[in-house]
Write a protein that binds this ligand. Structure first.
Ligand SMILES: O=C(CO)[C@H](O)[C@H](O)COP(=O)(O)O
Length: 216
């Protein structure tokens, strides 16, 4: 189970500082959408250069011009780039082609998707990585519900990430659904001690996995 730190609403130097502080506990580094809007591809290039071993997710949240935006993210050094599930099939297929040509990956962000039919269409297109997403603004008036996970039920070809206000107290509920990747932003980056918090989160994830392994 991967811990993906989401770097959102931060300056470039805060991003670099948080990456270093949480380095040992994180598996994937997400360059958040707002950070990309502020600093462009240059911040992805810098993170790649300074962290050659890490998986970098560019949260481009592409919704059109998929070929171009996927190439932008991969050329800058990202391993994975995101596209919105509501984007046209053509956009998603173009991005899958660009990714496959470079041995990279596309993560499809399910924000706003409520019908499992779209998930079946995505799987049929060859999508293999999706993120269940309870949005930042939705978090102002509620918390992620267990129902979100029903979207990916009985779709074993999909690797599942989950995002949206996850923190130490909500962690056990999320772990019970056995996602492949937990995407955590403010639950680490806005805490008084991000290093310690990331370490506690990763420790709980590892403990859960060890206690719930099927022995394979
Ligand atoms: O994609 C995002 C916002 O659109 C965030 O990266 C994601 O929601 C994780 O951040 P947080 O844990 O603070 O909700």
């Amino acid at each position: 189970m991967n811990l993906q730190i989401a770097l959102d609403r931060l300056t470039e130097e805060e991003c670099m500082d948080l990456i270093q502080k949480t380095y040992e506990s994180t598996d994937w580094i997400e360059v958040g959408t707002g950070v990309i809007k502020e600093y462009g591809m240059n911040i992805i290039r810098r993170i790649r250069k300074e962290n050659p071993e890490k998986v970098i997710v560019a949260d481009m949240k592409t919704c059109d011009a998929g070929k171009h935006e996927a190439a932008q993210a991969f050329d800058a050094g990202a391993d994975i780039t995101t596209v919105m599930a509501f984007a046209a099939d053509q956009t998603i297929q173009d991005m899958l082609h660009v990714a496959s040509d470079r041995n990279k990956r596309i993560m499809v962000d399910l924000l706003g998707i409520t019908d499992q039919e779209r998930l079946k269409q995505l799987a049929a297109m060859g999508v293999d990585l999706v993120s269940l997403h309870f949005g930042k603004d939705m978090q102002q008036s509620g918390e992620m519900s267990d129902d979100l996970f029903s979207l990916v039920k009985d779709l074993p070809s999909l690797e599942v990430a989950v995002a949206g206000g996850i923190n130490l107290s909500s962690l056990p509920t999320i772990l019970a659904h056995k996602p492949d990747t937990l995407i955590i932003g403010s639950g680490i980056t806005k805490q008084p001690d991000p290093k310690e918090t990331a370490s506690l989160l990763k420790g709980e994830m590892d403990k859960y996995e060890a206690n719930n392994s099927d022995g394979q």
